[in-house]
Design a protein around this ligand. Sequence first.
Ligand code: NAD
Length: 251
Amino acid sequence: MDRKIALVTGAGSGLGRSIAHRLAADGFDVAVTDIDETGGEKVVAEIAESGGQARFLRCDVTDRASIEGALSELDVVDVLVNNAGFDRPDFFLNTQPQLWDDLIEVNLKGVLNCTHVIAPTIAQRCRETGFGRIVNIASDAGRVGSMGEAVYAATKGAVIAFTKSMARELARDRVTVNAVCPGPAETPMTEGIRQDQLGEKMMDLLVMVTPFKRMVAPEEVADAVSYFANEEARFVTGQVLSVSGGLTMSG
Ligand SMILES: NC(=O)c1ccc[n+]([C@@H]2O[C@H](COP(=O)([O-])OP(=O)(O)OC[C@H]3O[C@@H](n4cnc5c(N)ncnc54)[C@H](O)[C@@H]3O)[C@@H](O)[C@H]2O)c1
């Protein structure tokens, strides 16, 4: 059979970069997509260097035409990883509606846009091959809430609910849809958060209340995505897996 194709959004940095690396090591042809061309091309070069197959496609998850453009460059898609997202911590009552709109636009609507545009291709392919996967990167903030990240947490909670709904809707095509919830991870996003006082405090506090007393390594998130994206997880759908050293423990 042809090699399987995995498309990862926001793959030019942080968790997306590690996910792209891991899926390439798993044997997928990886479409590294991002708005950051330099970061994306760098990840493609790294994957090529380690013997994997990858290509960069510019894709802004807030722009349907951009997603359609990326998809048109690919023959098929077997796996979609909705990873692109951002955070800008502040107490909710200090935030302005523009920030809410931006967070909703990227973190929630980005997932809706990519799923709406790409899932039909995955479903069609899955009807032929029996293999199709969607993995959404949510957050522990979306499971239990998070001080200083109210709207971010709201978008991630919505992504979790969307994951479960789509798992039901796409089951008839045998496409699985699952969510991975990282705890605070060592990425450029959290480096940025640490630049201000509230962010620094928030990160330190989160590590303090994490049973394992450290942040998540991006590779640990990629391991969980790899599980959902591979054959072993064929009967696992609508599930939410935290990778956070015990920060949250949901029943
Ligand atoms: N780092 C953490 O602690 C943490 C914890 C929980 C969840 N997450 C989630 O993991 C995902 C990745 O976060 P990260 O820490 O790797 O961040 P990051 O900032 O390191 O990387 C995010 C990538 O997304 C890209 N991006 C941003 N807007 C985009 C858009 N409109 N279209 C396409 N790409 C876009 C950026 O260019 C960047 O390359 C996000 O959804 C984030 O909410 C991160």
